[in-house]
Design a binder for this molecule. Structure first.
Ligand code: MN
Length: 210
């Protein structure tokens, strides 16, 4: 398996003024790029893992030989987490979700604003580096979790449809220590139509809410 750094679906400056171009460029080329090249080094010559997808590997990390397990967890998680993150943002988006995902959010979290409050609290209470996620659990229900470092939500049985990076490298140049300001700005670039696609696609795999 040789992984390539995916291109962003927009320019580095496209999410201004909410996310600045310099942060986006460093984040994509240096941070995500670093996870990809480290992951490729770890997986080189590991024929036993070649027939599995990275998603399958992270869902059951014990399949990875112990001497490279932590590395694959960090760099493989980093690659998948960022690959999703770039896609669930877009210029000129924000607002509220539509359709099926909106209904599921409203019924699971009482309302869209109830969801935002819970998601915000998952972000703000994550101590140190990590992520907050909205995803579909093994029962087909929406759930909010946060993960430390680059742990993938797949390791906890959650298939993510939305996530926010709360590592300082995601916001420090523009927001310094003000994580809450970064988060408040981030809602303006959430690409809800894309999240809705991920939701529909995930339900097809998981089987949907009973
Ligand atoms: Mn990051």
């Amino acid at each position: 398996m040789s992984i390539k750094l995916p291109s962003l679906p927009y320019d580095y400056g496209a999410l201004e003024p909410y996310l600045d171009a310099r942060t986006m460029e460093i984040h994509h080329t240096k941070h995500h790029g670093g996870y990809v090249s480290n992951l490729n080094k770890l997986l080189e010559g590991r024929e036993e893992l070649a027939k599995l997808t990275l998603e399958e590997i992270l869902r059951d990390i014990r399949v990875v030989p112990e001497e490279i397990r932590q590395g694959v967890r960090n760099h493989g998680g980093g690659h998948l987490n960022h690959s999703l993150f770039w896609q669930i943002m877009a210029p000129g988006r924000g607002g509220e979700p539509d359709g099926r995902v909106r209904d599921a959010i409203a019924s699971t979290f009482t309302s869209f604003s109830g969801f935002k409050d819970k998601f915000t609290s998952a972000d703000l209470t994550r101590f140190g580096s990590g992520w907050a996620w909205l995803g579909v659990n093994t029962e087909g229900r929406l759930e909010i979790i946060s993960t430390p470092n680059q742990d993938s939500p797949l390791m906890l049985g959650l298939r993510p449809i939305l996530g926010i990076d709360v590592w300082e490298h995601a916001y420090y140049l523009k927001y310094q220590n003000r994580r809450a300001d970064y988060l408040a700005a981030w809602w303006n670039v959430v690409n809800w139509p894309r999240v809705a696609e991920f939701y529909t696609r995930t339900l097809e795999v998981v089987g949907g809410r009973k």
